[in-house]
Write a protein that binds this ligand. Sequence first.
Ligand code: MN3
Length: 215
Amino acid sequence: APAAAPTGPFTLPPLAYPTNAFEPHIDAKTMEIHHGKHHAAYVANLNNVAKTNPQLGTAKIEDVLGNLNALDESVKFAVRNNLGGHANHTMFWEIMGPNGGKPEGEVLAAIDRDLGGMEKFQNEFNAAGGRQFGSGWVFVTVSKDGKLAIETRPNQDNPMMDGKRALMGNDVWEHAYYLNYQNRRADYLKAWWNTVNWAKIAERYAAAKAGTLGV
Ligand code: MN3
């Protein structure tokens, strides 16, 4: 993968799978550009900001995003967009994987309890992602007591900005799907479920209940 330049405290997390792992649902070229160019750009921009604001590189991401108003006006916009983008994409690559299985155990029980079961959950998640006007994300947020909710955010905003945590989420920016799906966001949203790694989501659910879930 191309290195993010300039270098600094932020690094592009490597993918745990090859870029063609999700063919035909997500094509390799989209993965290469999305991870190696878009996410890398957020990382490079953060390293630029960190040159003059070194505390940004040592603080916990959830603490910075949870307290954006504490930042100087000169960097607030850049941090919101680029640290939000870095957090969102780090989560996104983590909760995807080939042969991702099915939800089970506590996660499945929470989906049944809070989201009306898998079919209703997937339909409502896809509908929320489809309704998000312009660029943004559709998330499942998780509270410390394990309660789930479907929520959207514009641009690179993240639930951490509201003191919440994302259990999982899908990127509905056009760069996530346009090469393969053009204007057919609904088709991308449906196909994306084939890329979800439910074992990783189970780990994140347990971490959320333990109070240790970060990005
Ligand atoms: Mn993206």
